[in-house]
Design a protein around this ligand. Sequence first.
Ligand code: ADP
Length: 271
Amino acid sequence: MDSSIQLNNVSFTYPNGMEALKSINLSLPKGKKIALIGGNGAGKSTLMLLLNGILKPTSGFLNYEGTNYTYNKKGLKLLRSKIGLLFPESDNQLIAPTVYEEISFGLLNLYKDVGLVRTKTEAIISEFFLHEFANKPPYQLSSGQKKRVCLAAVLAMEPEVLVCDEPVSNLDPKYAQLIFNYLDKLNEKGKTILVSTHDVNRAYTWADYVVVMHNGEILNTGKPESVFKNKESLKKANLNQPFIVDFLNEFGSNFQDSAIIMSKWKKYYNW
Ligand code: ADP
């Protein structure tokens, strides 16, 4: 399995002494849909900030497709053009006075050619159906619209890896599904997508690969079928088994074909 980002003995301690990540070794498979799951305080957000180079490990190192991260201006610029980060709170990501400027902001850091920035900004505004509020200040938008703008701004940079910290936590089920459908389309184009979530049902039905975190450590990694079989590591991480796994464990022997129930559940969950 080709890897995209690799973490080698990565530890991170906040200035107040809180050791948020403890000697993590992790390889994120390239081109996959990866769910990072764990309870509150497990270290998911910290890990994601390290992936995008916003935080630098206290010890250990990261590499992207075989090249070690470097934290000078040039290295970070290159890194952030390859690895995009969607913040959990849109309000922390949206800084420009209008939606249009929000989308062009990152592009202006990347390209000197203003005409090219304009073309790319307009293309992404079209792709995300943002015309009607392109000139509005982001604070006037709904949570779902803000998330769409954030995603558009990150994707305008055409990253190869998209890291999404709790992308649907404030969204209603329909909007949440729209975001996940969009992530699926990006993955079909070959992008590696990493999503953090507490939602084991979503992780089970959506992901190709799952990483379980607890207390700054990786407890388990692998395909959803094997990770979610392991009740012990889920319990340790303060997580439940996905409903359908638990249900079929209890009652599966009463049904002739559990696989049919499972596939109906997946369809129901991913409209
Ligand atoms: P998660 O995203 O899984 O909820 P976090 O990465 O946010 O976990 O937090 C991991 C640990 O680091 C927690 O104990 C949290 O309190 C601590 N932490 C997070 N951010 C900071 C910070 N800015 N300063 C100090 N400690 C922090």
